[in-house]
Design a protein around this ligand. Structure first.
Ligand SMILES: Nc1ncnc2c1ncn2[C@@H]1O[C@H](COP(=O)(O)OP(=O)(O)OP(=O)(O)O)[C@@H](O)[C@H]1O
Ligand SMILES: [Mg+2]
Length: 306
């Protein structure tokens, strides 16, 4: 029980037992309704998740998550710390496979293909469903090498992605690819005269845009971002936000953020996870923020907890 102290008009101090905890416990008994998560949109989903459950040992981190993500849009994942946002994001390109104690059950389809099927090609999956992390993690190599790394590794300079450039020599093809990706990541103007410099000499915001350029270079369809701007100052954050909005014209972006204004500003649809690993509400971002259906979601969005 929380105690609040009020000073009365005669100057005496009154102590009052508030109902905060009682209300919280009542809210935690809130029965979620499937219609709170029903979100209809035109076209086929790029990612389709059904009855996804994740455990870390005995800890049941995600419970029965079902959600469909539309293409060429921004989907924001919000919710208090520990509710499973990063876990969910990692399920979308099987990054949880790298965590020994993680166990995943359920179905995740990418363009109708089950990514957890035995025949799934993980290298191809992680190229098509790329990831950008909270802290920019460029390689300690030149700016150019950071962008060209993936295509060089996968041999894409001679096929697929830059097939239209066949006939050019590899250096020219690489130059063109590096420039295009840096332009798409809104970084070209700032680095075009120092492509051979070490990427670690860039500012945090520039490094994050470089990581986005590196992700674009392997020709993804979906870009997963886990709090990509939380370590950046407001100006760098604004650049990343503008960039995300423009990327959604071509790519499908799924972004975890703790910043409500950011989610409201840049996303088309919002999924709210709450403590215990439940997806409580999913819908059009304006609707979720202006007229949430769950009392707990309203309390979270208005800052009553989290
Ligand atoms: N590698 C791991 N090993 C064991 N437990 C983990 C691991 N990663 C996450 N968890 C647990 O799973 C739950 C969800 O964690 P997750 O990191 O997905 O939350 P989150 O919503 O991303 O939180 P935050 O907002 O703080 O980043 C937490 O209880 C966490 O302790
Ligand atoms: Mg997280």
């Amino acid at each position: 029980m929380t105690e609040s102290v009020t000073t009365t008009t005669d100057g005496s101090i009154e102590s009052e037992q508030t109902t905060v905890d009682e209300r919280t416990s009542a809210e935690s008994e809130e029965q979620t309704k499937p219609e709170w998560r029903e979100y209809s949109f035109a076209g086929e989903p790029v990612l389709s998740v059904e009855d996804l459950n994740v455990w870390y040992g005995d800890d049941h981190a995600l419970k029965d998550i079902s959600i469909e993500i539309p293409e060429q849009s921004v989907t924001a994942l919000i919710g208090p710390s520990g509710c499973g946002k990063s876990t969910f994001l990692r399920c979308l390109n099987r990054m949880n496979d790298r965590i020994k104690e993680a166990r995943v059950e359920g179905t995740v389809e990418f363009n109708g293909q089950d990514i957890y099927a035995d025949a799934a090609n993980l290298v191809e999956l992680r190229k098509r469903v790329g990831m950008v992390f909270q802290h920019p993690n460029p390689f300690p190599k030149s700016i150019r090498e950071n962008v060209a790394y993936g295509p060089r590794k996968h041999g894409d300079l001679n096929r697929g992605l830059v097939a239209r450039l066949l006939g050019q020599d590899e250096k020219e093809a690489e130059d063109e690819l590096v420039e295009q990706c840096l332009r798409d990541a809104a970084l070209w103007e700032e680095v075009s005269d120092r492509l051979e410099d070490n990427a670690l000499g860039l500012s945090g915001g520039q490094q994050q845009r470089l990581c986005i350029a590196r992700c674009l270079a392997v020709d993804p369809e979906v870009i997963l971002m886990d709090e990509p701007a939380s370590a950046l100052d407001p100006i760098a954050t604004a650049k990343i936000e503008d960039l995300i909005e423009s990327l959604a014209e071509e790519y499908t972006v799924v972004i975890v953020t703790h910043n409500m204004q950011q989610a409201a500003r840049i996303s088309d649809q919002t999924a709210v996870f709450l403590t215990g690993g439940e997806l409580v509400e999913y819908g059009d971002t304006d609707q979720v923020f202006e007229n949430p259906q769950s009392q707990r979601v309203e309390d979270y969005i208005t800052g009553k907890f989290g």
